[in-house]
Design a protein around this ligand. Structure first.
Ligand code: HEC
Length: 133
């Protein structure tokens, strides 16, 4: 290819609407997709306002006694005789029992009704279920 044809090919590529249109559309589409993807990623990363997060509640309110993994291996857990969430009894226990103990307390376990909403308690129990796996 000599420089003459190279140049005219370049001009067709850059200027001809027939060729640049679809190409530009592809670039715009790709940019839109990237934008939609960023929005999606952002919406997943930030919890919606008012939404409760079981993992956060567990970390801030329960982990100091139950241990960050819920297995009650910390010295605080030993001192208070906290059971591991992986103990067969607690794995078998229905949600209603765990929710009840969280709301009303049990032994040295403090009651959380009035401190956590029902939705927060439900979410933190759902999170505890993930620690039992
Ligand atoms: C001050 C320490 C402490 C904190 C904080 C604590 N727990 Fe406990 N938890 C205990 C102890 C002790 C037990 C064992 C109670 C018993 O069987 O006498 C227990 C038991 C439980 C049980 C099992 C109840 C059953 O049916 O045997 C659940 C479920 C539970 N805790 C959930 C939670 C959740 C959810 C939180 C946070 C919102 C939390 N705990 C915070 C000390 C604590």
């Amino acid at each position: 290819m000599n420089s003459e044809t190279a140049h005219s090919e370049y001009m067709t590529y850059v200027c001809a609407p027939a060729q640049t249109q679809p190409q530009r559309r592809r670039i715009v589409n790709r940019a839109n997709r990237m934008w939609a993807f960023s929005l999606l990623a952002l919406s997943l990363a930030l919890p919606a306002p008012g939404q409760t997060n079981g993992a956060e509640t567990f970390k801030s309110k329960c982990a100091m006694c139950h241990g960050p993994d819920g297995l009650a291996t910390t010295s605080m857990a030993t001192m208070l005789k906290v059971p591991s969430f992986k103990s067969p009894d607690l794995v078998k226990a229905p949600d209603s029992q765990l929710i009840d103990a969280t709301k009303n307390g049990k032994g040295k376990m403090p009651a959380y009704s009035g401190k956590l909403t029902d939705a927060q308690i439900k979410d933190v129990i759902a999170y505890i279920r993930t620690l039992q796996k």
